[in-house]
Design a protein around this ligand. Sequence first.
Ligand code: BGC
Ligand code: ZN
Length: 366
Amino acid sequence: MKAVAVFPGKREVQILDHPEPALTAASQVKLRMLEVGVCGTDKEIVAFQYGTPPDGCDYLIIGHESLGEVVEAGSSGLREGDLVVPTVRRPCLNTECIACPAGRQDFCYTGEFTERGIKQEHGFMTEYVVEDERYLNKVPASLRPWGVLVEPLTIAEKAIEQVRDVQNRLPWKKAPGGDIGTGHQAVVLGAGPVGLLGAMALRVAGFDVWVYSRQTPGDGRAGIVSAMGAHFLDAERTPVSEITSSLGHTLDLVYEAVGASSLAFEFLKALGPNGVFIFTGVPGRKAPIEVDTDLLMRDFVLKNQIVFGTVNAPRSSFEAAVRDLSIFAGRWPDALSRILTNRIPIDRALDPLSGKVAGIKNIITL
Ligand code: BGC
Ligand code: ZN
């Protein structure tokens, strides 16, 4: 079967023929992959900056954002034809780890976890995949057009779950029986897929949302932002130093989704009392920059601020992503579809991977 793979040793990316997997345990399920998203991590892997093949193999099949269809259900509770999205990270086997045995490999202590399509396990950019039932999340058939967005949405879902936990420590305005965002202001940095999906999730959680990004003519990011009832802040016209004055208030939450540290540290200054700043992007290492650390540290302390980073996602976030995606599909189906810029057959997979195809989220179809 066809697969898109990277050979880090000889620095090559190929669409190759890989043996079709078969079920070897009762708890396993065989999937026909339908769609696989291309993200920044994939582009870094095919640029040989990242990515480790499984032990004993000289290539790694890439792809970790996926939507599959069950073709053999084994003894699982799933049925043939069910749509599923697999999680990405698999637990480490180190007995010292507290997180992995608890099913929270997203918080692995040892770093010895594996990740499908990224670290020591083949990914999903191929025709068939076998996976253990416990790593599969069922997606309703109605979400077929957007199900491939579940995985990138889990980043925001895990972040919001943590915001609920940390803000529980203080008096924080909440609608009766309602959600954490009501009456609070959030800024999302970046209008890529992680930013736009994060903005939608924050809207559903009740936040007033501003998305700070450069205008990219033609791909309609600003339109997607206004369709979800959020505000587009044009980075070219609104210097970070004027954020608080142009919004008229400080920020309760900043969701960073660009991986640009200089921008992020500028925005930290706009964080208000009891505010939360969330890092999701992974910047490449560049030359050091100057940051006013006294100012930031004073604010952390005197304003009770919290800054946290978040990576990967547990099963609960996949379940939350499926629920939220149904809400997005009900409220903003058009905006949601516009995030999916191009659907490209596997034979042309190298175009979006090498950046030859622009757009918000490019999808490989199988
Ligand atoms: C994936 C995560 C993964 C991270 C680091 C991201 O692109 O969505 O699941 O943990 O890369 O490898
Ligand atoms: Zn990703």
